[in-house]
Design a protein. Structure first.
Length: 252
């Protein structure tokens, strides 16, 4: 599977390491889980019964993942990139027909999901609180393969969804403690044959332990209800990704 999101995040990490001023680089550990359902559809986006990731495919357990984040503060704008990736395998029994695989078929499944978030904001200083409106893009690099255990027949989804959205970040500083939350939302009828509704919420607490070093913890919730196309397959997905993350960072 190609993972261009990882390459972009790595480039952002290098930018954070080399930029001369207003740069923060963070790395840590995330514990995330995926819930929801998915269906294969026809070329018009109709048909196909959604199936639960847990019961049909044996997916949905919490998994560990690296977490990276970089921010470059030019005053206006503030550029931020972050990301994590999830890999999981499981076994289940199909609740309904899934593409060419019939219902009640025992299957093995593999999921690889890379999630990148890129935002551009402008800070508005309101005393102890800073409000930062702007634009963001969430990128989902999804690879999902379901294989019939008995005969080896399989169905596969390999697609990248890039979702631009309105975005706002709110932060407050209290001594060495920084509390922040950001939120993005998108609802659009059609975007390059992809359409749906999307919501992304992230909360963060960061403690400054030295003048240039900090530790942080946070929580992320993503809700995606969308239809999409690959070269060979159309699909509909309603999924929630949620989990916590911890780590440390340096400011240059």
């Amino acid at each position: 599977m190609k993972t261009p999101c990882i390459e972009v995040l790595f480039a952002a990490w290098l930018l954070a390491a080399c930029a001369p001023v207003g740069v923060t680089a963070q790395a840590g550990y995330a514990q995330v889980a995926l819930r929801g359902d998915i269906a294969l559809t026809d070329d018009m986006g109709s048909g196909g019964t959604r199936q639960d990731f847990d019961s049909a495919f044996g997916l949905g357990d919490e998994r560990g993942s690296p977490f990276v984040r970089a921010q470059v503060d030019f005053g206006v704008p503030v550029l931020t990139a972050s990301g994590f990736w999830l890999r999981e395998s499981g076994s289940g029994v199909l609740d309904e027909t899934f593409g060419g695989l019939p219902a009640a078929t025992p299957v093995d499944s593999d999921l690889e999901l890379t999630v990148g978030k890129f935002s551009c904001t402008a800070d508005i200083d309101l005393g102890p609180v800073t409000v930062s409106p702007g634009l963001a893009v969430d990128v989902f690099d999804l690879y999902f393969r379901v294989r019939e255990q008995a005969l080896g027949n399989s169905e596969e989804i390999d697609d990248i969804l890039a979702l631009p959205m309105l975005f706002v970040r709110v932060e407050g500083r209290f001594g060495g403690l920084r509390l922040g939350a950001d939120c993005g939302y998108l609802e659009i009828p059609d975007l390059d044959r992809n359409n749906g509704r999307f919501f992304d919420l992230e909360a963060l607490a960061e403690w400054t332990v030295l003048s240039e070093a900090s530790v942080f913890c946070g929580y992320r919730f993503i809700d995606l209800d969308a239809k999409g196309d690959t070269d060979t397959q159309s699909f509909a997905v309603d999924l929630q990704i949620r989990g916590w993350f911890v780590g440390g960072g340096l400011r240059f």
